[in-house]
Design a binder for this molecule. Structure first.
Ligand code: FE2
Length: 364
């Protein structure tokens, strides 16, 4: 038996570089029920940026904006629009994680460094992944503060009601044509992940577009990264549209787990979050395909939630429209009832819904 050279405890946080972090933080509080827990900026002695940390159960998002014109943050926003910069992984030893991955070919972004304040210390180190995205290893076993040294704990400025979002289920990367296998190999060789599933263009194609996807996962299965690349179809695929607007590979969607999708999605819709719409005919044969489930079919249809089954159980899922003006990042809300797969039975209906939106944008 081989030991895992990169043991991961889970997703530590996801950091977004955005044009206006103050407003973005309010969006996550108001629409998604996140609580504002920490802040760093001029008031805490940070001169060049402002960062807001919002949290719900195990999910922590950091929204960062630049206060100066020529910063690395602003260059990122100028090129990509609002998007994910850091997929941070929670580890017991950030120095060892850095060394082990570098030894296997990772490109360093930040050498291990220790940050301290009166509540303890955190060790951070970072390596590159696809596009301008990075992985930061976070070692926080000796820290009791709200987020990281340099951040101060803050009270929510709004009374929020959590909506049942529990943890990050998976984060999907879109990479350029022909690059999927290179990044799968990166996760296998450099980070010790295993290939979980492969979808080819026969699984994922519609009249217009196709994509290929491979899912890699770490040893304990807490971290799952599907990697997509475009495949040739009649017209521009959704992955190409993403790459055209993000101007590089990057994070396409973040899937967030809930244990009550009907409640979660009802609340999200009430609060103004927009979802892709799948035509009603989807529900004509779904009962036959999926069999018995515990939820009320009518309720699921009313909310336009998709259902799929694999050998181990079933899952319920729904996809948001892009969460910024560029057709790039979006969210998936997922409730797993035993199923460990990704909703292959829904791909066709889902991609047709995406293509409908692409058409409206003039990008098909
Ligand atoms: Fe997904």
């Amino acid at each position: 038996m081989t030991t895992d050279f990169l043991p991961l405890n889970g997703t530590d946080h996801i950091e977004f570089y955005v044009g206006n972090a103050k407003q973005a933080a309010l969006y996550y509080q108001h629409c998604y029920g996140f609580e504002l827990v920490a802040y760093a900026g001029p008031e805490t002695g940070v001169r060049d940026r402002a960062s807001y940390v919002v949290q719900q159960h195990k999910i922590r998002f950091v929204l960062t904006t630049s206060l100066t014109p020529d910063s690395e943050i602003n260059k990122h926003v100028q090129k990509h629009g609002d998007g994910v910069k850091v997929l941070a992984l929670w580890v017991d030893d950030a120095t060892k994680s850095f060394q082990e991955t570098l030894l296997r070919g990772a490109v360093a972004v930040h050498e291990p460094k220790t940050l301290k304040d009166e509540l303890g210390e955190v060790v951070l180190s970072s390596i590159k992944t696809y596009g301008d995205t990075i992985h930061t290893f976070v070692e926080r076993k000796n820290y009791k503060g709200a987020f990281l040294p340099g951040y101060k704990a803050v009270k929510n400025n709004l009374k929020v009601t959590p909506i049942g979002l529990k943890h990050v289920d998976h984060c999907v990367g879109n990479v350029e044509l022909g690059h999927m296998n290179k990044w799968v190999k990166f996760y296998e060789d450099v980070m010790g992940f295993k290939l979980l599933i492969t979808f080819d263009d026969k699984d994922i194609s519609t009249e217009y577009s196709a994509l290929m996807s491979k899912v890699v996962s770490n040893g304990n299965g807490y971290i799952k990264f599907p990697i997509n690349e475009p495949a040739s179809g009649k017209k521009k695929s959704q992955i190409e549209e993403y790459l055209d607007f993000y101007h590089s590979a990057g994070v396409q969607h973040i899937a967030i787990a809930t244990d009550d999708i009907i409640h979660t999605v009802s609340e999200l819709k009430k609060r103004g979050v927009e979802f892709l719409h799948v035509p009603e005919v989807y529900y004509d044969d779904v009962k036959e395909r999926v069999g018995h489930i515990n939820e009320d079919w009518k309720e699921l249809q009313k909310l336009n939630i998709l259902i799929d089954r694999d050998e181990e159980g079933y899952l319920l899922q729904i996809f948001s429209k892009p969460i910024q003006d560029r057709p790039t990042l979006f969210f998936e809300i997922i409730e797993r009832n035993g199923a460990k797969s990704f909703g292959k039975g829904n791909f066709k209906a889902l991609f047709e819904a995406i293509e409908h939106e692409q058409e409206l944008r003039g990008n098909l």
